[in-house]
Ligand binder design. Sequence first.
Ligand SMILES: C[S@@+](CC[C@H](N)C(=O)[O-])C[C@H]1O[C@@H](n2cnc3c(N)ncnc32)[C@H](O)[C@@H]1O
Length: 240
Amino acid sequence: MPERDTPLHRHMFARFQRERAWWRRLGRAWGAFRREWAAAGVYGMRWGDPETVPPLVWVRDHFLLPYVHPERVAVEIGPGGGRWTSYLLPFRRLYLVDYVPEVLAEARRRFRRSTHVVFILNHGDDFPGIPAASVDFVFSFGTFVHLELPIIAAYLANLATILAPQGQAVLQYADQTKIMAQNNPGFAATTPEQMRHAVTAAGFEVLEEDLTTLWHSSVIRFRPAHAGEGRPAQGDTRRP
Ligand SMILES: C[S@@+](CC[C@H](N)C(=O)[O-])C[C@H]1O[C@@H](n2cnc3c(N)ncnc32)[C@H](O)[C@@H]1O
């Protein structure tokens, strides 16, 4: 714990003084311009770049990258312009499932050279064409925040059929216990308690919940309930 006479504040102020030099500000402005220029071409990047926005960097490093594997199969639900998809590309096969044809067309345009990516237009809660028990990892960000519980429950039931016995899913959803979700009229009325209940009712075991990193939503990671018998979860380096 810092003491009353800690040098922390003098150091912070000295750093600010160094960083307000005009050439440093110009350098940062140029970096920001270049990032903005690159990101402007990707639908969804204006909601935050997982390369630079700290909570999204955390989600990427904690909930996505540890599960990427070149011999496994993944599904992304609602890829949009592919803000997260680019990190999922190393999977052996990647299914991009979206309900909105125009948006799926945008993902197809961006990833047209990736022959192992399969684009699927769905009915809003299903996985047409994906074989049963064939998927190792499911990821969705920015999509379930707009889906109400009955649709989520339908998705979870369908997910139970495509997920392999040792597979896992990571879903980000609207968290109405947070003020920034309550203030967003486009967000669903879901809470962590409801989500936990829906996930377990669909036959899954909750492995992890992150209720704090994101200011308007939360993240849940789960696997089929019977998968737990004695084995650590795939990609989970934190478990013994
Ligand atoms: C707000 S965008 C998020 C896109 C991307 N995941 C991101 O984080 O940048 C929502 C995405 O979900 C898709 N979508 C909306 N309802 C859906 C549903 N019921 N099932 C699958 N995708 C859906 C939209 O077309 C869009 O691609």
